[in-house]
Design a protein around this ligand. Structure first.
Ligand code: FAD
Length: 327
């Protein structure tokens, strides 16, 4: 059974809190790091039976900026009464949302900017269609051209760094490991494209787990990149199993920085949404890992406790949680 976790609880309990506060625009200074915009669905491109690219347009898209291929945004969906979100774009939209009766409160979920174009002003989001149990996937499944949403996005008028991204490999990075499930596919696809711009391409190994063989998309990447698709239907694997196998058996990892150790009790705790930013001290190795929270926690334990990797070289993000609804 799914249960909704309030944003306030998430902010209070989670290391992602600082970034989320920026995302929801808390505070009153203008221009803010993130702002609320109105968008309209311009085009729908079915990438595979489980993945749809929704192209959003509208005047407000001109106010968006993106700083990294995993730039996260908040999407606001029609409330239980069926009305499209209509929160005030100026002022504290988050407070305005909280004051609405439950049936009128637009549900909010986190997504990745897959692409942002200036002319015409368009923003692409790739949605995993996992069914109709959640407001985001349900909306994306039925969305038609002309349907309206609101989004909290990095504000072009804000001159500082708005945050909301984790892909920050050190300059001259030599070895990169990417691990993710279908929700991380949009970010990994963008990261692989980003890596094509590097003057000296690092050694890259990437593992992407997807529901079906038909979800293995033709991604652009350096020809040296070793990209492994892990389709669950072909492998007969449950969600996360193939990624865990890849982390254990297939990933070429640097030599351990210290002997393996037994996990401390805190690391065995059931984090709702694990979130570790990487803070590498050199350019030797950088890993970016995102997907279902339970899987990400298992991979974290394996890489750090059993393989002796430095925590600071790993960006680990729980993108969703089996059986829960997270904003
Ligand atoms: C930084 C970040 C970036 C993200 N980027 C993307 C993105 O670009 N594209 C994308 O599709 N998702 C992305 N996600 C994941 C997305 O936010 C979640 O999948 C979200 O839960 C979907 O909301 P929902 O309303 O469909 O389902 P919810 O109401 O949140 O959940 C309803 C039920 O569905 C389950 N569920 C949720 N997601 C999935 C899934 N993918 N597969 C199977 N079951 C699921 C839940 O466990 C729950 O039981 C991102 C998450 C984060 C934190």
């Amino acid at each position: 059974m799914s249960s909704a976790i309030s944003l306030a609880a998430l902010l209070a309990n989670n290391p992602l809190a600082h970034g989320l506060r920026k995302l929801v625009g808390a505070g009153s200074q203008a221009p803010r790091a993130y702002r609320l915009i109105n968008v309209e669905l311009k085009q729908r491109i079915d990438l595979s039976p489980c993945l749809a690219r929704l192209v959003f347009g509208g005047e407000d898209v001109a106010h968006v900026r993106t700083l990294a291929p995993d730039q996260r945004i908040k999407l606001l969906f029609p409330a239980a009464d069926g009305c499209p979100p209509d929160l005030p774009r100026e002022g504290d939209w988050h407070a305005a949302r909280r004051k609405l009766p439950a049936a009128q409160q637009p549900p909010m979920r986190t997504y990745t900017i897959r692409a942002l174009r200036a002319e015409p002003a368009e923003l692409d989001v790739d949605f995993v269609l996992h069914g109709v149990s959640g407001p985001a996937s349900r909306w994306a499944t039925h969305a038609k051209v002309g349907d309206r949403l609101q989004m909290a996005v990095p504000n072009k008028a804000f001159s500082g760094d708005p945050g909301g991204y984790e892909w920050q490999p050190p300059a001259g990075i030599r070895k990169v490991l990417l691990i993710g499930d279908e929700t991380a596919l949009p970010a990994i696809a963008g990261i692989l494209e980003d890596l094509m711009e590097y003057p000296v391409p690092p050694d890259v190994q990437a593992f992407i787990e997807v529901p079906h063989e038909s979800d293995c998309l033709a991604l652009r990447h350096n020809h040296q990149t070793r990209l492994s698709w892990l389709p669950r239907d072909v492998l007969g694997a449950a969600h996360g199993e193939a990624l865990m196998h890849a982390a254990r058996e297939l990933a070429e990892l640097p030599a351990p920085s210290r002997p393996p150790r037994r996990p401390k009790p805190r690391e065995q705790a059931d984090d709702l949404r694990p979130w570790d930013s990487a803070t590498p001290s050199d350019n030797g190795f950088y890993a970016w890992i995102a997907g279902e929270s339970g899987t990400v926690m298992k991979i974290r334990r394996h890489l750090i406790d059993e393989r002796g990797l430095e925590r600071r070289n790993l960006a680990l993000m729980g993108y969703w949680r089996q059986g829960r609804s997270l904003e």
